[in-house]
Ligand binder design. Structure first.
Ligand SMILES: Cc1cc2nc3c(=O)[nH]c(=O)nc-3n(C[C@H](O)[C@H](O)[C@H](O)COP(=O)(O)OP(=O)(O)OC[C@H]3O[C@@H](n4cnc5c(N)ncnc54)[C@H](O)[C@@H]3O)c2cc1C
Length: 500
């Protein structure tokens, strides 16, 4: 092709604008032209306000500084997720799953050895947040920014207003030469080959060589026009609904998401600079919509408030092929694994990155389609497994929902093997290596989950004394010492607002 390739992105939610920015950043305009078409009348989903640390890499690659985008999106730092009330049966009220940072290479072995000791039946210190630096920062409410003389790289994510982030990414993309069209797509026209030829809109036809479906759950291009099948995860992830209600901003803005188990699901609490986002994710076949709203209001102390709640349906699963013909689906149109652990934008990002590499490697043809589809499918399945484990391991007894989750035997072979390795006291790190799944969730994250739930074989009757050897030695001193280098979250956000 002598002329530049025309890539048309349908949909201007976070997925669409992330893709647009990534493409214009990666490919010069004499190679690729990017057009994004979206309808403000249809709007975006408007939730999805927590990220994993990969988003940091996204902004770094785009050369967008935190002090530029964060204040404009009411964004805050995120170093951990705090899980409340997921496993009361094992005596654990709450635990943290901190993002793993470079300093943790000094302490994670002790954490894993203590977990191994505990799996063998001897009592030992296994609270993840005491071993991993981001857990300590979360407890002290400190921002994860490193002073220049701190020689380790910290990993962290963000909380942000998704609508504002979309607007911000749109402005950057348009400035960097993405063509933005506001129009409603009413039809998708195909060539005889089955490839998409153009989008029919109320502003005329939009032709392209390659199309990216970012139209959200409706998946107007990939699922509707090209008929790609959607495979639901409903047999092992029961949640299909959410109800959302904001509360005031926190006085001391937390540096972590809270995820609190409720009667038939769980509630997120995401601290932004100007408000706190909250949402109850639940299973509609276990709890009626109005009861869910009532319970969320009670949980937030909003019984008498007239703030209106938003109700959403979620389509949980993934498409059979993420790239079919000349169309790639990204974001909710390719699939969704419910918001626990906030993995959706993470999947969007790694799919954009891998697709771009494969597309370029195949000289902008479809030769790498099969390997890309295998990559995307595995990513979704393995992330799904980690989320499923949160439900499988619960020890709540207050509803059928929790018992059904615990008793559910529909698990992948991969997850079954992880769980049996743990309870059979075998080497979890080796099992993760054997399955080659460390790129999805590594050994430490799995240890956090099992240990956080207090999910261990029974304690031995004869205990030789307290087995908390490791934490009593140098780890606490090390982490507390490291934490002295970090500033309080509010102070950092304030400085950032003043352009510092
Ligand atoms: C309850 C819930 C909580 C979530 N929490 C998180 C979280 O904490 N972290 C996380 O990473 N993700 C989360 N997600 C997922 C996250 O919201 C999405 O991955 C993200 O917002 C990307 O959405 P999207 O761009 O794919 O779709 P959308 O935001 O729905 O955007 C779709 C776009 O397509 C356009 N469009 C659709 N049809 C047409 C048409 N016919 N013509 C023209 N334009 C059209 C719309 O105008 C819109 O611009 C959550 C999702 C849900 C449901």
């Amino acid at each position: 092709m002598n002329r530049p390739m025309n890539i048309v992105i349908a949909g201007g939610g976070t997925a669409g604008w992330m893709a647009a920015n990534y493409f214009v950043n990666k490919w010069p305009s004499d190679k690729v032209n990017v057009t994004l078409v979206e309808s403000p009348d249809i709007g975006i989903i408007g939730v999805g306000e927590g990220s994993t640390p990969t988003l940091k890499r996204f902004f770094e690659e785009l050369k967008i500084k935190e002090r530029d985008w964060m204040p404009k999106c009411n964004a805050t730092y995120k170093v951990s997720i705090r899980f409340n009330d997921w496993s009361p049966g094992s005596g654990v009220k709450q635990y943290r799953h901190p993002f793993i940072s470079q300093t943790d290479t000094f302490t994670q072995r002790a954490f894993e050895v203590n977990c191994r000791t505990r799996r063998l039946g001897l009592d030992s210190h296994v609270n993840p947040e005491d071993f991993l630096l981001n857990g300590v920062l979360a407890k002290q409410n400190k921002a994860p920014l490193t002073p220049e003389n701190f020689p380790f790289r910290m990993e962290y994510g963000y909380h942000f207003d998704s609508a504002l982030l979309g607007n911000y990414l749109r402005d950057v993309a348009v400035e960097r030469s993405v063509t933005h069209v506001s129009a409603v797509i009413s039809d998708v026209a195909l060539h005889a080959s089955g490839d998409i030829s153009h989008l029919v809109t109320d502003r005329g036809n939009i032709e392209g060589d390659f199309f990216v479906d970012c139209t959200g759950f409706s998946s107007t291009l990939l699922q509707q026009a090209l008929g790609v099948k959607f495979n639901s995860y409903s047999d092992n992830l029961f949640n299909d609904s959410a109800v959302v209600l904001p509360t005031h901003a926190q006085e001391n803005i937390q540096v972590e998401t809270q995820s609190t188990a409720l009667s038939n699901g769980w509630c997120w609490s995401i601290p932004l600079q100007n408000r706190t986002g909250n949402g109850y994710v639940y299973s509609a076949s276990h709890l009626a919509k109005d009861k869910a709203e009532e319970e969320l209001r009670r949980h937030l102390g909003l019984e008498n408030s007239d703030v209106e709640a938003r109700h959403l349906k979620m389509k949980v699963g993934q498409v059979e092929q993420h790239w079919h013909k000349n169309c790639l689906a990204l974001g909710l149109s390719q699939g969704f694994i419910e918001p626990l652990e906030a993995t959706a934008l993470h999947l969007v990002q790694i799919c954009i990155e891998y697709f771009s590499d494969m597309f370029e490697k195949g000289a902008f043809s479809s030769v790498e389609r099969v390997s890309y589809n295998a990559f995307a499918k595995a990513r979704f399945d393995r992330v799904r497994d980690y989320i499923v484990a949160h439900y499988k391991l619960n020890t709540r007894n207050d509803s059928d929902y929790w018992r059904d989750n615990r008793n559910n035997l529909v698990l992948s072979d991969s997850l079954k093997s992880i769980i049996s390795t743990w309870f059979n006291r075998e080497d979890l790190g080796n099992e993760i290596k054997r399955q080659n799944i460390g790129m999805h969730w590594d050994s430490v994250s799995w240890h956090c989950l099992f240990a956080g739930y207090g999910a261990f074989p029974a304690l031995a009757q004869n205990q030789p004394g307290r087995g908390d050897l490791y934490i009593e030695q140098n780890i606490e001193r090390f982490n507390q010492g490291c934490a002295l280098n970090f500033e309080h979250h509010n102070a950092v956000l304030l400085a950032q607002q003043h352009g510092e």
